[in-house]
Design a protein around this ligand. Structure first.
Ligand SMILES: C[S@@+](CC[C@H](N)C(=O)[O-])C[C@H]1O[C@@H](n2cnc3c(N)ncnc32)[C@H](O)[C@@H]1O
Length: 280
């Protein structure tokens, strides 16, 4: 008689295969603990007892899959999240970006866009926004729609203002949005240089010629194998001497990138790709 854990793992594998077969999303390399939490949550929401009961649902009900995809994509984010990272970016990276005639920045897993608008504000204040193209991608289409709208809860603006100041903001934060009812709509000049696009880190290729990639608080949901695959793809998307910033709880420690990048700020997880000289 197999133990319950083996049966549960078998059910999870079948469920993930059903998703892969039906929708092409491969969650098999997501971190197991958080995957199990999301599955348990969906069981509870749908009043089901066994994981295997999710299989016919996902095969025959597209709306169910959309709900599960939403469960899987934790879109918690905020403006100027980890303000000291943005401050360090101003102090240690901006001057290097200023040397380029054009700048490409990629926000991977941008969720509802708060991080991207924070970047646009910083670039505007540093006189770089006009020569920058920002790509902001996520696999959650609903989040991308919200990001594109750029309307955030007005009640959060007080905290965001504090984070903006800590991040070295040089203006008044209220200059960047107009308040209407309970929403704060980001000014349209910030949006002009941003392209929001659907991109699945598991199945899609990287972009080329990036000067800076922000991939914060996304890798934590992946197992080491998938983290390594994604990090390799991000490394290849960067130009030589390009910058990579990951979340403060994430690491390059066990990845192939460890020997290819120098730390600009090891604690804030800000790295720069090393220059490689081709022999011959
Ligand atoms: C916690 S949010 C991070 C938001 C922002 N980067 C930050 O640090 O505030 C994680 C985002 O990663 C996205 N994500 C997770 N797996 C993904 C995948 N395979 N491809 C693209 N985006 C993914 C989720 O949809 C979610 O919006």
């Amino acid at each position: 008689m197999n133990n319950l854990k083996e049966i549960e793992n078998f059910e999870i594998d079948c469920f993930l295969q059903a998703i892969h077969l039906r929708f092409g999303y491969d969650f098999s390399d997501y971190a197991k603990a958080s995957l199990k939490r999301r599955i348990q949550y969906r069981l509870q929401q749908d009043g089901l007892n066994h994981i295997s009961e999710l299989i016919p649902r996902v095969l025959h009900d597209e709306a169910f899959f959309k709900r599960f995809l939403n469960d899987m994509s934790i879109t918690v984010t905020e403006m100027f999240r980890t303000p000291l990272m943005f401050k360090s970016l101003r102090e240690n990276i901006v001057d290097k970006l200023k040397t380029y005639p054009r700048i490409n920045i990629w926000h991977v897993g941008c969720a509802t866009g708060e991080e991207v608008y924070s970047m646009a504000i910083l670039l505007h204040e540093e006189g770089l926004l006009e020569k920058t193209r920002i790509y902001a991608t996520d696999y959650n289409r609903h989040s991308l729609e919200l990001a594109q709208k750029g309307i955030f809860a007005l009640q959060r603006m007080k905290n965001y203002n504090q984070a903006y100041q800590l991040a070295g903001g040089s203006s008044s934060f209220t200059d960047y949005y107009s308040a209407k009812y309970d929403g704060a709509k980001m000014k349209s000049f910030l949006k002009k240089r941003i392209t929001f696009a659907h991109h699945n880190l598991i199945s899609d290729q990287g972009f080329a010629q990036m000067h800076l990639i922000m991939c914060r608080n996304v890798l934590i949901y992946f197992n080491q194998q998938l983290q390594n695959r994604v990090l390799t793809m991000l490394g290849q998307s960067l130009l030589q001497r390009g910058f990579l910033i990951i979340g403060d709880k994430e690491s390059l420690e066990f990845s192939p990138l460890l020997d290819e990048f120098d730390a600009i700020d090891a604690k804030l997880k800000m790295f720069q790709k090393r220059l490689v000289f081709n022999a011959g």
